[in-house]
Design a protein around this ligand. Structure first.
Ligand SMILES: Nc1ncnc2c1ncn2[C@@H]1O[C@H](COP(=O)(O)OP(=O)(O)OP(=O)(O)O)[C@@H](O)[C@H]1O
Ligand SMILES: Nc1ncnc2c1ncn2[C@@H]1O[C@H](COP(=O)(O)OP(=O)(O)OP(=O)(O)O)[C@@H](O)[C@H]1O
Ligand SMILES: [Mg+2]
Ligand SMILES: [Mg+2]
Lengths: 228, 228
């Protein structure tokens, strides 16, 4: 499903070059459930942005479903993203003037789903994350963890092929984190959705099948559960 | 130092009343190092906003250094806040057009510190959180955990009486979290700064002297380390 080869990403901040990703080669099969882990600043969100077609690499190639995404135009990338990928951003990125339900509906508007169906599907997604009673609250009227869960519901609502979640439980208590992981697992098992989660939490990492470890922009480990 | 009596906070979202805090009575002595813990949506950030004089309660009283803050005007609250309190927000709240150093300098501008001293003190604060090499990056040029650390540096730079930190390690890996907790502990021991941390992380909670547990807007537990 996903194949990255010798991928690099260099940022320029002022007069300095930041080598955010160095020579990343990795592959992910359809239906996998894995975590990307590593220290703060190691390149996890940068990698997720490229996986999610939100950003282009500086060099190297990224094949998604056999298609070379690094060669697409911005519009073509946006189209791939909207059809195939659900994204939970590290900063949630909710639209401040839309309530929870309307934020969750956004991917369905792109897919030209009728209003009544959008509202129904958004409510189902909010129920999955335990927020049906907050459907009409604005983001500013929600707790940090509730905003995070709205962002998760928005990523699920379209039944995408792949869900990329950047620190999806960073603002959640232990019990809510486990509930969210159960939701992810069910979607993975029943609908075959591929999950790539960025996390600092070793407990979340342990609940996945495979962990890719990143440090200073490079992969330093790739291990699966059940192997000793 | 802090005394809350029968404090409540009710929000209105649309036609519904949300009872975010119910009858909170608690006191904190100068120099304490404690955590506020509880499930997502239980009222922690609401309590922090009132402690930090960013918001007023719906009823009840809040005495800070013997002064009834709930009766102050908005300007008077802002003055207390700027002099006495350093705040790490759950959402970081960095100014997007200022780089890390300039964001950290903000509390010193209020205190009318000279530009050369501001720059020096901001750099010291950034060194404490390991980000001296990112001083000139904008928030958008920083990782999530780096933005969180800039927010922490900004809260420290003024040597306030009290530091309120809402989920200060939510975006940090284990090692960086421990380094931040060491910085907090040193400031508490050497300068007597009072620390109130909101956290979901039991490891962070275990590293404090006292934990106040909140559920559905009410205090359901208040326990200290070293007592059985
Ligand atoms: N402006 C608002 N209007 C209406 N309801 C609000 C508002 N702000 C917060 N709430 C509600 O008040 C409750 C407490 O919110 P708060 O942000 O204090 O929770 P929290 O404990 O910090 O949660 P988290 O751990 O998820 O950050 C939540 O149920 C939330 O939906
Ligand atoms: N637009 C940018 N310009 C310059 N440098 C950047 C930019 N965005 C990120 N960086 C740098 O690239 C590195 C990797 O950032 P990234 O956000 O991928 O880290 P991360 O692993 O997600 O960290 P965290 O766990 O703290 O969220 C960091 O050192 C960061 O300072
Ligand atoms: Mg990140
Ligand atoms: Mg909160």
């Amino acid at each position: 499903l996903i194949q990255m080869e010798a991928l690099t990403k260099v940022y320029q901040a002022g007069s300095v070059n930041v080598q955010a990703l160095r020579d990343i080669t990795m592959s992910v099969d359809s239906g996998e459930f894995l975590a990307i882990m590593g220290p703060s600043g190691s390149g996890k969100s940068t990698l997720m942005n490229i996986l999610g077609c939100l950003d282009a690499p500086s060099s190297g190639s990224y094949l998604l479903d056999g298609e070379d995404v690094s060669q697409l135009t911005r519009d073509q990338r946006a189209d791939v993203r909207n059809r195939k990928i659900g994204f939970v951003f590290q900063g949630f990125n909710l639209l401040p003037r839309l309530n929870a339900a309307k934020n969750v509906e956004l991917p369905l508007i792109y897919g030209r789903v009728k209003p009544a169906d959008r509202a129904r599907r958004a409510l189902i997604a909010l129920e999955l994350v335990g927020l049906q009673d907050r459907a009409h609250h604005l983001p500013t009227e929600l707790s940090g963890g509730q905003q995070q869960r709205v962002a998760i519901a928005r990523a699920l609502v379209n039944n995408p092929e792949i869900i990329l979640a950047d620190e999806p439980t960073g603002n959640l208590d232990t019990r809510t984190s486990r509930e969210i992981m159960e939701v992810f697992r069910k979607l993975n098992e029943k609908q075959g959705i591929t999950f790539i989660l960025v996390t600092h939490d070793p407990e979340i990492g342990a609940a996945t099948d495979r962990r890719i470890h990143i440090r200073d922009g490079a992969i330093e480990g790739d291990e699966r559960s059940g192997c000793i």
